[in-house]
Design a protein around this ligand. Sequence first.
Ligand code: PRX
Length: 656
Amino acid sequence: MSQPTIESILQEQRLFPPPADLAAQAEIKSAEEYEQLYAKAEADPQAFWAELAEKELDWFEKWDTVLDWQPPFAKWFVGGKLNITYNCLDRHLKTWRRNKAALIWEGEPGDSRTLTYAQLHREVCQTANVLKQLGVGKGDRVGIYMPMVPEAAIAMLACARIGAPHTVVFGGFSAEALKDRLNDAEAKLVITADGGFRKDKAVPLKTAVDKALADNGVPSVNNVLVVQRTKADVTMASNRDHWWHELVPAASADCPPEPMDSEDMLFILYTSGTTGRPKGVVHTTGGYNLYTHMTCKWAFDLKDNDVYWCTADVGWITGHSYIVYGPLSNGATSLMYEGAPRPSNPGCFWDVVEKYGVNIFYTAPTAIRAFIKLGDQHPQARNLSSLRILGTVGEPINPEAWIWYQQVIGGGKCPIIDTWWQTETGGFMITPLPGATSTKPGSATRPFPGILADVVDLDGNPVADNEGGYLVVRHPWPSMMRTVYGDDDRFRRTYWEHIPPKDGKYVYFAGDGVRRDEDGYFWIMGRVDDVINVSGHRLGTMEIESALVSHPAVAEAAVVGRPDDLKGEDVFAFVTLENTHPPSDELNSELKQHVVNEIGVIARPGEIRFADALPKTRSGKIIRRFLRNLASGEDIAGDASTMEDQSVLDKLRQGS
Ligand code: PRX
């Protein structure tokens, strides 16, 4: 792991205080109020979270112990019983929110649907009963591979209703990637659709499921439930495949929520790490419910008449926490959009904002950079005056993009909520609170109350202000991941042993480089491990390397990230070929497509460079640092004398 550098972050000095009218009505109204909350939580985190759990959530049975911390394993609200769908649905039915819009959905072709809390509850219960009919019970895992349609959220909630952990696989992953994840989770059933609409095309999904399941590819799966969306021709296997529209409307709408232990698993979500195999991040019920509820409420300052839109896909943690669970637990109106900006409608996002009067809008820096490129005329042609708060997530946002977002989309009046967090953290960890935090373009600002974030060196020693270091968290928090599914040891090694515990105190290692300034603001500098961030999508370089070497032509592969104006980073692969396969443009394209088949289109290398050999240490380790320099067209930095064969570097340089 290399020591992070701070050169990528400008010394940004501008400060944007919260708008006074917004602050006056906000949940957390001032910097003082934030400081008080933070100090209170720091002094006694357990009391802080217990008070909120009592006040904000409904429990069937109260917990006995707030936190059981046997590092690195945490249990929150031990002995407590609840069901997250009760908090997201049932409790709102007893109030005026019964007939409030829970989900507003806009399809890419222009069709739309609104589900009130009562309607959503009904359809979740019906779907849950169908799952039961198909043999799914408490503890059984269910795979979800869906486009952005309401049924994706309904499927997740139906699983949670009966205590069956879901594992949502992003629809952009290939059949191979889907198969690996379904096998790792030993899913019993898969919920999918014939396809979905994206960028004016019908993207198939069911065919990928068929491919993953072919030849008994996933022996644990017995049934597939299929939503009809695109009406594409699909093959339905008798005894295995069932149409959603035939089973769900016919099912009973009476399905009491399964009482779940606070620590029962809610879902597994796969994410990339430093090895070739994605890890199943496990989240449980009570702590996750509380934390996504609180962060959504305070960081987005949700008001009951708000229309809130998070543009993420439900296949990512952002979709889980901030399209489905966080907003619905708060009784908010959550908007889902199926499509993406495309040549035929580059302003489609702004059409949606105008059509529904969106008040809170949450997207990724990569999207913001794409909007800048598309031109100001698109947002300027729409009425965006309903917007009150703008959020961003997924990668560091460059100050230029931040300012554009604030000016052109927010009209200079909306706070920018730059939320730093991860699949593993479940919810926002470092984020402004819109009524309390003055923002600085490019900084995720200060930790959420209860989050003891810090900057240390690799030995765990504190790092001075404004010096780069590693981002750690010093105390467990309710929505932290509990383990890597089926691999406690990997969990311990990856997150808790990089930085050695001091005096028996363990710290969570996030894998990000960070700098904290003199005001206590955090500036995230990006990953310090072999993970790259392409358009806000997290990819493991080893995962892509494994995909490449699975092709018969490839002898060896090394993948690094190359800075990219639009995507943040792009995939750059160095490949040595078997003697039997001479380099050619056709082979180059074939290898790119091979990565798409193995992982998915998000992992497609921007460039593959053929090399005679890769730079290695005398002990045979690939020196990625040099490859990163080469990929970005920089001079080779640092000492090359540890290299086994100096001529390798000369050749690679000439090739560039
Ligand atoms: O490097 C950080 C970056 O995204 C990583 C987490 O990726 P993932 O688990 O896919 O979750 C993305 C959505 C929560 C982090 O380790 N990251 C996320 N948010 C930010 C960020 N980098 C800078 N600023 C952010 N706001």
